[in-house]
Design a protein around this ligand. Sequence first.
Ligand code: FES
Ligand code: FE2
Length: 326
Amino acid sequence: MTGLERSDTIPGEGEGGVFSQSWFPLCLSEELRPGSVIGVDFLGGRVVVFRGAAGGPAHVLSGYCVHVGADLSVGEVVGERLRCRFHGWEYEGGGGCAATGIGDPVPPRARLFRFPSVERHGIVWAFNGEEPLFDVPALPYSEEAMVVRRTVLEEMPVEPWLVQAHTMDLQHLSLPHDFTLDEDPNDSVRIEPWSVGFDLRARLRGGARFDVRVDIHGTNIFWQTGTLDGRWFFWIAPLNIPGPGRSRATFVYGARREDGEDTAATEAFLDRARTSMMALFDDDTPVLGTIRFRPGLLTRSDRTLARYLDYVRKYPRDNPARDFLT
Ligand code: FES
Ligand SMILES: [Fe+2]
């Protein structure tokens, strides 16, 4: 029994106007210099991410001016405010309009939607909700103690929960990935309110040891920490939802600098970790680029996938910014 019948459908992102309530990566912290603004497609609409001139925290606001709708990403940051390029209305980081350009009184309801946001692991994240339901996960080491790399991928025509469904498809670890499993990872599955995960102890094709903890946070954040041949590394891949049927991944991965080790040696290990991970993507690409995914006829080995699909089906969805984003 898998607990999931073929007729149990999973709502698509944006269906009924709502999206998974999770943290989403909008841009890299390093892209957002003090006094700059970036426009990002998010949840079928548009947001702006800006940082005040003094270099404080990033702010994430709905992207269209509430005056007559100019795209605020073509505006400019003046001090700690974002100024619309059209008629000069000025917005504070909390979303409130503080001044009109021409000097008319600010209409009482003039404010943008402000998303909860945080900068962590070199990413500016926004939460789809009024208040976050959980925190962006932490890593066990500080950024200073590690060598870390970041890449933002091209957009893909697939929703994040579906990309992550393949992570929870434990049958595919043996085929096509050729893992030699120490034990059945189905036995270690964790289903938490805001994450699902399992432990994986295996040998990779070629014989390397691969001992990791894998979690999906929300429905869109791939989170893997553990060791490759005994050496610790992490690989996280949160996906944004630019709109229904779309996702955009950011890869962040890194390793801890060992005592007395120079950066080149840490980089060499990271190259190896990257090669191992990318080999997995190469195995998957011919299938995932062509699949028409449906929860079909699942078997015993699919029980983690079935539980994951059930988790996604029940996952909270909302869109409190819906009136502001388009
Ligand atoms: S549209 Fe932004 S100030 Fe007029
Ligand atoms: Fe895979």
